[in-house]
Design a protein around this ligand. Sequence first.
Ligand code: ATP
Length: 198
Amino acid sequence: MTFDRRPIVISGPSGVGKGTLIGRLLERYHDTLASTISHTTRQPRPGEVNHEAYHFVSIQEFESLIKTNAFVEYTFFSGNYYGTSRQTIKDQQAKGKIPVLEIEMSGITQIKMNKALDMRFAFISPPSLQVLEERLHTRGTESGKSIERRLELAKVEMERAKAPGFHDIIIVNTNLDEAYKELEEWVCGGTGSALATC
Ligand SMILES: Nc1ncnc2c1ncn2[C@@H]1O[C@H](COP(=O)(O)OP(=O)(O)OP(=O)(O)O)[C@@H](O)[C@H]1O
């Protein structure tokens, strides 16, 4: 039996529940799936451990990595760089794991432009922008301005996600358990089944 070992890319607007869904997936399938570790130039938050939460680097280091083509995708957001290195994908594959990437829209475009990369893409959508706004407020991690900016970006992402074939699956996260089940089925089952152990 052959299994689909392609890296899994999960995207969606900020606050839609990606982190929550991916957390569940990785907890359940930790023997098979592993999240990649991004590079960032932002400061670590309390409790964030270098090389676990992120690879924290200086702007100079990040820019020199860009020049050496070290990233499959990177972006500059809110004054900081964020990127996924080729190395973090290889590291997880070397451990026999299927890499799971959580990235935003421009990252997907960069990955899709690179024909040498073969990944599969899931988009997590909120039921509505209003619900998304409520979740961001409830999470309590963002200022009013930051929520506004995230909602603006969400509109663009949701519009872009409608383009046929841009994502392999769109999961509407209305009910968390149902959205999780749909994600798990996509990861584990159907044609191009990813996991032997699901
Ligand atoms: N189906 C759901 N119903 C209600 N609340 C939800 C649902 N899914 C997630 N949430 C809540 O919404 C908030 C945002 O979720 P989460 O932090 O996972 O989003 P995210 O997409 O990872 O955001 P970011 O990209 O900013 O990290 C959290 O407080 C989470 O508990």
